[in-house]
Design a protein around this ligand. Sequence first.
Ligand SMILES: [Zn+2]
Ligand SMILES: [Zn+2]
Length: 242
Amino acid sequence: MTDVGGGAGGSGRYFTIDLHLHTNRGSADSNLTPADLVARARAIGIGAVCITEHDNAWNLNEIAAQAAGSGVIFLHGIEVTTEMGHVGVFGLNEYVGGIYKLRELRRVVDKLGGVMIANHPFRYKLDPRFSFINPDHQAIDPSRPETAAKLEIFAMCDAVETLNGACSEEENRFALQVARQLGLAEVAGSDSHSKNSVGCVTTLLDEPIANERDLIYMIKARKTRAGRGLLAGGVAPFELPG
Ligand SMILES: [Zn+2]
Ligand SMILES: [Zn+2]
């Protein structure tokens, strides 16, 4: 087995990607500077990092000089706020009016050959105290993934973020159960807003990618998995217990 990630973080046989994070350049609530991000990504030996600001696309030229020679691939996506939740998008290079509506987002992304991910689909949503944030204002029953799988957002997305660094274990497991019900691609992103959590969870690939098109292909072909452990010295896929 070839070692495709190979870095200090112990990614073993996997190529690792942090598919979701925010810098202070594009997200007011982040204190992760672009320079810190590049340095940190290099130090942990991650394969690729995707900068995904809220509703705007990052200009990768800003870090091109620092990123060159880092051994890490930097890509950009957009975390689009829609009426049905946050959707991670790759293949869209700028914000387009109207994509707050999930159906319009799907139309635009399809035209561009991009990919859509239901990000942290169950954050706070399994807690009855926060049921007002759910589409029908009902709490989602954590024992019924088959019911949650019928939520419209999943019919409109190619993948589910089954592992989000800022979600609870229960929320992530439930997202994984739903993704398995539907046969959607499984991905992971740290959702970092600061340096130390970059790469805390990662999307795993069996082979490296070189660019955004490769990433989109891998997600569409369902060749991704969610995993964690890069920062602890050993990456393992995220699986349901027992
Ligand atoms: Zn989000
Ligand atoms: Zn986010």
